[in-house]
Each structure stands twice: as C-alpha cells, then as structure tokens.
Ligand binder design. Structure first.
Ligand SMILES: *Cc1c(COP(=O)(O)O)cnc(C)c1O
Length: 402
C-alpha cells in the first residue's frame, strides 16, 4: 500500500479497511457451519460504517444491533428487516416500539422487566413480538473483565431458571412469540472451551423447552471469537469452533445464529497517523502522534495491545511510549515499544484496528473524527468524510446568546 499517496490525498489520521479480506473471513466462517442452517448477524457495534454494512448486506449477512440507531444504520445500508436482530440490556420503550414497527427478525431480551415492557408495547401495536432470551450460562470466558459478559456477576442476560420461567410466560402470552435462545459470554475469546461449555448448557435448556412444546428456531451463539493482536496469541480454529457447537445440537432442528464483530473486521483495519514530535523527559522517550485516544481508545480502556509499524523508517530501535496529544496520561497507543528514530511527518500504522476503533471514537478535546477509507478490488475509496469543526459545533452554535 502506498501510504504516502494516501497521506497526500486524504491527510492523516485515517482508518483504512480491507473489504476483500473481510469478505474472505465472512465466507470462511459461514463455510465452517455449512453442515447446518446458519445465519451470520454481523455485530454492528464493532464497526458501523454504512459502506461496510452495505458490503455485508450484499453478502447476505444479517445484523446484530444494540441500539435503534444501529437498526436504522442496517436498514439504511440495505439490510432486510428479517435479517436484523436487536440485543442489549437497556433498550427503551421507544426503541422496542420502533423495532416492532420495522418488523425485525427477533428481539433478544435481557430481563423479565424488559419482557413485560415489550409485551405491553406489542399489545398497544396489536402485534406479536418475536423474542429470544439471552441466557447467562455462568461460564468464565477467560477474557478481559471489561469484555467478559457470561458470568452471573455481569449485567448481561438472565440466569437459566429465570429464562425457563420467562419462556413459559411468553408461550402463554398473545403478544409474545418465543423463537430463539441466545447467549454471548464475552469478547476476544481465544480459548474455545468456555463457548462450547455455554452451548452445552443452553442446548440442554432448549431440549427442556421443546419438551414443554416451546419449539425454538434459532440457537444464537453470540459473537466473541477472538483474533491475534500479539504475535504469541493463537487464533481459534473455525472448524473446531463450529464442530464444538454442532456437537451440542444433536437431535435439535435449529438455525445457528452467530454475532461475530471483531473476528470479521479487526485485522482488516489499520489506523494510520503521523509523527508530530519526539521528546525526552529526562531519559524517557516519547513519540507524539497526530492520532489519539479519542480516535482509538482500546489501549487506554483495556490496555489493549496493537502492533505498531513505521513503514518507511529504519535503523537502530530504542524503547518509547507512543502517545497522542490529549490532556490525559492515559492517552497512549503503546508503552515501552521499540521503534527506530522518527521525524515529524513520518507515517505510523496502528495495526488490527478495524474493530472497536472508529466506532468507539469521540470528540474529546474538540478533535474532529477522522475519515475512513475502504480498499476493495485493489482500489481505495473514501467511505466517511473527515469531520470539520463546523460539523462539531452545529448542534450548539444556534444556542449562543447575542
Ligand atoms: C459486542 C457483541 C457481539 C460482538 O462481539 P465480538 O467480540 O466483536 O464478536 C455480539 N453479540 C452481542 C450481544 C454483543 O454485545
């Protein structure tokens, strides 16, 4: 890739995503489950760029949304309502109402209170709401505590006994139609055992429900499949992943739903920025760049590791911290990394930044959100314009007093 040309054409910082690589990963994942009916629901929050969603829609992907805004994004990108599902612990009444009006495939419920609210909303609209219940199987996903979601101590889902009770209630309601079961135990899973363990627990519940004439259609295994960020890590094998799930579903006629986010997009994205300064505080070396934690917050938030390369620099390497210009000591991309000497304007690439990069970005310090580019069929194109100062203040300016 000619990063110098890209810098010339678009300025830095920017994100660039390799759409062809994303397609390949999507098709590989789909293929691993070919022994069964399956549907991938791409987890929109990982990277919600409209052009990316449009590309997924063309692949016949479904969409897993966690806000009505994400549902609207999916629809805008050309998704069919029956390929959209809606998850999340804090859906509002207004969001539930719209989800029903859009007639999406199903709503993943995360509490009894939410079910009661949805029943009321469905009644008001004289509709029957298709639901799935997110079960918290109480297994340890062995990932970072901030992205672990399958333990009773986490806010997500309902315990299995309550789920059973909720299914029985839903079955007898004129406004609820239980069509699926769901679990999602955490993100960046590199060990498959916890997810297979969870599948076993939830498959058992599905059998019990079947015996009670609650015949579900979707077995939604969530997302969470991890990727390699650090060289010593090892990506889970897709066929092992699939086989371990399929093995739990013997005798059950279910469509497998998957909600991968990170797995599909993380490694196909790069955050490209430029060096502004090098500085030394006593003996400690800092490389200050034009990107910052508002653009890519994973290192600050989870102490996440991202590989960093300087494509055009050579020479002896020494230890440094790579930091942004934001007024927070937590504003860094990497600590104690070995890099060659740099100069102002040198291009730096933060690798594996396609997931939870731009979608978690903010305007902190009144910084404009960066632009996004796509690489597809050997060509680069702009898929989100760089924000301007005027864009940022548009919703405030009109309230200024004369
Ligand atoms: C975040 C999330 C996902 C996607 O997780 P990844 O780790 O990116 O695959 C899937 N399902 C639900 C319910 C989520 O909250």
């Amino acid at each position: 890739m000619d990063y110098k040309q890209l810098k010339n054409d678009f300025q830095t910082p920017f994100y660039i995503y390799d759409f062809d690589k994303i397609k390949e990963r999507f098709l590989n994942l789909k293929d691993a489950f070919k022994a069964r009916k399956s549907q991938i629901f791409y987890a929109v929050k990982a990277n919600s760029n409209l052009s990316l969603l449009q590309m997924f829609a063309h692949l016949d992907s479904g969409f897993d949304c966690v806000s009505i805004g994400e549902v609207k994004r999916a629809l805008k990108a050309g998704a069919k309502p029956y390929k959209i599902i809606f998850s999340g612990v804090g859906k509002t009444k207004e969001e539930l109402k719209l989800a029903l009006k859009y007639d999406i495939l199903y709503i993943n419920l995360e509490s009894e209170a939410e079910m009661m609210l949805l029943e009321n909303v469905a009644k008001e609209l004289a509709l029957k709401a298709r639901i799935s219940i997110r079960v918290n199987p109480n297994v340890d996903a062995k990932t970072h505590p901030y992205i672990s979601t399958g333990l009773n101590e986490n806010k997500f889902g309902v315990e299995i006994d309550l789920a059973r009770k909720m299914y029985l209630y839903a079955k007898n309601s004129s406004f609820l139609d239980p069509v699926g079961v769901h679990f999602h135990i955490g993100s960046q899973l590199l060990d498959l055992t916890p997810i297979h363990e969870a599948a076993k627990i939830v498959a058992q519940l599905t059998r019990e429900l079947k015996a009670l004439q609650i015949d579900l259609k979707f077995f939604d295994i969530g997302g969470g499949l991890g990727v390699v960020y650090e060289k010593q890590e090892c990506e889970p094998n897709l066929y092992d992943y699939a086989q371990g799930i399929l093995a739990q579903l013997k005798g059950l006629d279910l469509t497998i739903g998957m909600e991968p986010g990170r797995y599909l997009v993380a490694q196909s994205g790069e955050f490209v920025c430029c060096v502004l300064y090098e500085k030394y505080n006593k003996t400690k070396r800092f490389v200050v760049v034009d990107g910052a934690m508002n653009d890519l917050i994973r290192p600050s938030l989870y102490e996440a590791y991202h590989e960093i390369v300087l494509p055009y620099n050579q020479g002896e390497e020494s230890k440094c911290d790579i930091v942004g210009g934001i007024c927070e000591s937590g504003d860094f991309f990497a600590k104690a990394r070995f890099l060659p000497k740099t100069q102002s304007g040198d291009i730096m690439i933060v690798k594996n930044a396609g997931a939870y990069g731009f979608s978690m970005s903010s305007n902190y310090n009144t910084r404009n959100k960066v632009c996004e580019l796509a690489l597809e069929d050997g060509k680069v194109r702009l898929i989100r314009q760089r924000e301007s100062f005027e864009d940022q203040i548009a919703l405030e300016e009109k309230f200024l007093r004369n």
